[in-house]
Ligand binder design. Structure first.
Ligand SMILES: Cc1cc2nc3c(=O)[nH]c(=O)nc-3n(C[C@H](O)[C@H](O)[C@H](O)COP(=O)(O)OP(=O)(O)OC[C@H]3O[C@@H](n4cnc5c(N)ncnc54)[C@H](O)[C@@H]3O)c2cc1C
Length: 354
């Protein structure tokens, strides 16, 4: 593709003056909608829109209900057109690899947007140890690319089986690292399809929690369920971020990745469908220790079980329904509350109708 065609496609995809020069993901093939500086010309959708999408296929628990609609955009320009043409009241949920998500059996009213096929650009500036990554890129890929290029600080991402978008939404972390530690700026998209460049200072960032300050925290405060954090359908989602690392030894970073993955294999039930840690660790303690102390390891409800290997994991042992998983969540919360007076908070996101 000619240079000017690439530049035009990028302008159409990202708008004037956006993204900054460092961002230049490869534009997609196929017909581009025309961006005249104010709005897209025609609602030409190039992605796949499906009705009644079984979400069990898209979440790592391999369980759960159906979403009214699901859209798989082909690229950012297509996503912009799609969002710009949504009805005002339509609930929209961005979904990455579904590794921290449960859709209740009664289904999800609204439209799910999958990011991992469309937002796959990644560009490294080895001189600055900076990586610009689109939100659909899987975290382990970021860890690998950083390590290979002699950038250190991303090794912990190797064992997090979600997308960068999910990691940004949840401030995913482990082994002493957290996603937002390395973020210098993010790009978001709103429901009009408009793009925004934001800095970490615009977010309230905590342990597995990220809130956009401009709306006073309403996005995560609304709709808190006793067993989970059900975010109010957000009006702005992550599409990319720039991550900065330290210059270091590539071989050492790759060794570190191997060590961290070995720790996970030894301690987590990775051969069974799960969603990682179900509960946040309460201050100064571990949810797994508390659940195990209540004698709940190996406890089964329907097709779901509290893992005998790691008590903060619930595994699908065969045709689990979302309600089996939720019943175990509530059981663990009740038991830990009664025995220790500690309220376990869900780390996994539970959405949809019971
Ligand atoms: C085996 C296993 C191990 C795990 N280990 C860890 C760990 O060590 N540390 C850790 O923190 N987590 C861990 N997790 C949980 C999970 O992988 C992370 O939370 C991950 O960041 C979720 O990313 P995802 O793409 O799968 O998000 P999803 O599950 O698809 O979505 C999770 C939430 O993020 C929102 N979201 C997704 N994409 C976007 C976006 N682009 N913009 C705005 N919101 C978005 C969704 O709406 C949803 O509310 C583990 C999970 C598994 C299965």
């Amino acid at each position: 593709m000619k240079v000017e065609t690439v530049a035009r496609a990028q302008r159409q995809a990202y708008g004037r003056n956006f993204p900054p020069p460092f961002f230049c993901f490869p534009p997609s093939a196929g017909p581009e909608p025309i961006w005249d500086g104010t709005r897209m010309s025609e609602p030409v959708l190039r992605g796949q829109l499906r009705e009644r999408e079984p979400m069990g296929r898209h979440v790592s628990w391999r369980a759960g209900g159906v979403a009214d609609r699901a859209y798989e955009p082909v690229d950012l320009a297509d996503l912009r057109v799609f969002l710009a043409n949504r009805a005002a009241g339509e609930a929209i949920y961005f979904v990455g690899l579904g590794s921290n998500l449960l859709v209740r059996d009664g289904g999800l009213h609204g439209t799910v947007v999958f990011t991992h096929w469309a937002l796959r650009g990644i560009r490294i500036d080895p001189g600055q140890c900076e990586i610009a990554v689109e939100a659909g890129v899987a975290c382990p890929r970021i860890a690998r690319i950083a390590a290979v290029n002699g950038c250190t600080g991303a090794e912990f991402l190797a064992g997090i089986p979600g997308t960068l978008g999910g990691a940004l939404a949840l401030n995913a972390g482990c082994y002493g690292g957290e996603t937002w530690d390395m973020v210098t700026r993010v790009q978001t998209i709103d429901r009009q399809g408009d793009l925004h460049e934001r800095t970490p200072a615009e977010f309230e960032i905590g342990y597995r929690s990220v809130t956009f300050k401009a709306d006073g925290g309403r996005r995560t405060a609304e709709g808190i369920h006793r067993s989970s954090l059900i975010p109010h359908p957000s009006e702005e989602w992550f599409i990319a971020a720039t991550l900065r690392f330290l210059r270091g030894d590539s071989a050492a970073a790759r060794r570190r990745i191997k060590e961290l993955l070995a720790c996970r294999i030894a301690s987590q039930p990775l051969s069974q469908p799960n969603a990682g840690s179900v509960f946040r660790n309460p201050p100064g303690d571990h949810a797994a220790r508390l659940i195990e102390a209540c004698g709940l390891k190996g406890h089964v409800i329907g097709g779901a079980m509290i893992s005998p290997k790691h008590a903060n994991f619930i595994v699908n042992v065969g045709a689990a329904r979302a309600r089996d998983i939720e019943a175990l969540i509530e059981l663990a919360q009740r038991a830990v509350g009664e025995k220790f007076g500690i309220e376990l908070e869900c780390e996994v996101r539970i959405v949809g109708e019971a």
